[in-house]
Design a protein around this ligand. Sequence first.
Ligand SMILES: O=C(O)CCC(=O)C(=O)O
Ligand SMILES: [Fe+2]
Length: 188
Amino acid sequence: MVKIDGIRIRKVTEEFFTELAKVGQLVEGILNDCLGLPAGFLKEYNNDRSWDVMLVFRYYPATKADTIGAYEHQDVNNITFVFQDDVGGLEVQKDGEWIRVTPIEGALVANVGDMIQALSNNKFKSGVHRVVSPEGASRHSIAFFYHLEGEKWVEPLSHFTEEIGDKPKYRGFPYKEYYALRLAWTKD
Ligand SMILES: O=C(O)CCC(=O)C(=O)O
Ligand SMILES: [Fe+2]
């Protein structure tokens, strides 16, 4: 019988969550600089961590009828971090081709989400990805979704629109509106 130490699991999970939120801030700072935004802009804008979520997944082995663990999608949030085990299966789309994200021990996959795409007026695109079901084994992964707080107003930043003479490709919206639409869409 497996003995489960609930208190320890909770402690480790909370520590892990806290550390991943810090990684989120770090990578967001790198994106901020790569996008040419004023220093600390995204940090100040995305200053509420109450919508961040961490999920643990188990993907069952492929069957004849079912070979996809997670269908092609883009993440709704700012940045997602994925730890996948050595079974693999995560794929990212580039120029219409699916490219395998090879598992590397200890590596963290960082995925740009829809909010970075909207804020940057498509300068950085949200990555299209999927998970193919493993052959003859189950796959496990942990995903940390670095979000915006729901009330946060999202619109293409002036840096990528009026300042360079480009039209906004998106209207402004509160993040929770888009999030609710995407959740409803996933349930269909
Ligand atoms: O399990 C994975 O590797 C990725 C999961 C994923 O793409 C998602 O939950 O949005
Ligand atoms: Fe995803």
